[in-house]
Design a protein around this ligand. Structure first.
Ligand code: V47
Length: 418
């Protein structure tokens, strides 16, 4: 069923139930923090900054004066024990940018294949072709997966998979165009920079041309995965068969140049040190200065179970929270910092909303990558539960689409302000 309203096109989407989707033409711009008065957006950091750590005081002065932090500042933040002082600063910036808003979305993950040539030591998800546990979805299976398992209309499919040695580029184009025609209102956030570079290599196309064809097929933006840690020394240990850090950044640059927004991640808590983390953040910040194409930064805590690095300890709550705070403070040009609840646990993600994060990701429905690596979180969460988590953190839940436009729902429909 298709309806037209005076505000815009009302598109329908039927997946065994009646669900109607509406696109309104109301632009909601992102307001950069340096043009926003604190008082006008409800800054709630009511107590003054306090610390006995003399290294943090000049950093706090910079933060309050909206000055950019440098490498030494970032290292001092990582090395500080006073998590409340670091958190105060990150929360200050977070509230300056977003007030009390905390974003989430209703999404579904689709992992079309776990077959992967890369054999990264960090990963428990990838399998060699024809080995036990390997799978590749036929296109119809992927479409059925897309339509299944969620109780509310999704606004985003998050699509990532392994580097399959045989699947032709056409499979991925057909996957995307098939999803787009069946679910025209759902944003397709698909393929990491690593997958794009591999598809380009296999199809013997330039990366720019590969991205153009994916966009033409229906890709709307790219997820942030595969960035890991850019430093070569670390990459050799955790993912030596993947593109290197500069290739990841070059691919992101090309995506942004052709109008595809992306996210960026950093995998921490394995063999990297503070300098590697700071180097990673600084490289992302420089590229963002150039393209402004990143939407969200997502620090990802390493989960060692079932990986070749399973002897490493799991990250601690202190590091998880500090990583969120340092990211918010250093990445001053990234609109959003995500505390991915699947990775951090819902409990830590909730606390992270007071330490710099403004987003907790979404309903997810079926997470595989972290669960293969021993995650104990549920594979998905209902919208109502996400809202409860956010409200109990004293924040205002805002359902967003992938581009951070607010989504309004009734029982049978959602509308997106665009
Ligand atoms: O690229 C793989 C990481 C990423 C493990 O863009 C692992 O909105 C921890 O990128 N332990 C995939 N991490 C997930 C990802 C993501 C997740 C949520 C939202 C978005 C977004 C992106 O997960 C991989 C890799 O960096 N990963 N194995 C592991 N054992």
């Amino acid at each position: 069923m298709v309806m037209v309203s005076k505000e815009g096109v009302v598109r329908s989407h039927l997946v065994g139930r009646k669900v109607y989707f509406v696109s309104f033409v109301v632009f909601t711009p992102f307001v950069p923090h340096n043009s926003t008065a604190l008082s006008s957006i409800g800054v709630t950091n009511s107590h003054p900054f306090q610390t006995d750590d003399v290294r943090l005081k000049p950093i706090a002065e910079k933060v309050l004066a909206r000055e950019r932090l440098n490498t030494d500042d970032a290292l001092a933040l990582y090395r500080a024990g006073d998590i409340l002082a670091v958190g105060w600063m990150a929360n200050h910036v977070r509230e300056r940018m977003h007030g009390d808003k905390a974003y989430f979305n209703v999404n579904r993950h689709i992992n079309p294949t776990n077959v992967c040539v890369a054999a990264c030591r960090l990963c428990a998800f990838g399998r060699k072709k024809d080995t036990p546990g390997s799978y590749t979805m036929a296109l119809e299976e992927a479409f059925e997966t897309a339509a299944s398992g969620y109780s509310e209309a999704v606004t985003e499919f998050h699509i990532v998979g392994g580097l399959h040695p045989d699947l032709p580029f056409q499979y991925f184009l057909d996957l995307i165009s098939g999803l787009k025609s069946r679910f025209p209102q759902v944003h397709l956030k698909a393929f990491t920079m690593v997958e794009v570079a591999y598809l380009a290599k296999r199809a013997k196309l330039s990366i720019a041309e590969t991205l153009r064809q994916l966009k033409e097929a229906g890709v709307d933006s790219l997820p942030g995965g595969g960035a890991e840690i850019f430093a070569d020394r670390v990459r050799h240990v955790i993912c030596d068969h993947k593109i290197d850090g500069s290739e990841w950044l070059d691919t992101a640059r090309l995506a942004h140049q052709i109008g595809l927004k992306s996210n960026a991640t950093m995998l921490y808590g394995h063999v990297e040190n503070d300098e590697d983390r700071v180097d990673h953040l600084m490289k992302l910040r420089s590229l963002q200065d150039e393209t402004n194409g990143f939407q969200t930064f997502i620090p990802l805590a390493f989960h060692p179970d079932n990986t070749a690095l399973q002897h490493l300890p799991k990250t601690t709550g202190m590091l998880d929270i500090k990583q969120i705070a340092v990211s918010r403070l250093v990445l001053d040009n990234f609109p959003h910092i995500k505390a991915y609840w699947q990775m951090m646990t819902a409990k830590i993600a909730q606390i992270a909303l007071r330490f710099g994060a403004d987003d907790i990701d979404g309903t997810v429905v079926e997470e595989k990558i972290y669960h293969d690596a021993g995650a104990t979180t549920p594979q998905g969460m209902r919208r109502q539960d996400l809202i409860r988590l956010i409200k109990e953190a004293g924040r205002e839940p805002v359902e967003r689409d992938t581009l951070y436009r607010p989504v309004m729902r009734t029982e049978t429909s959602f509308t997106v302000a665009v």
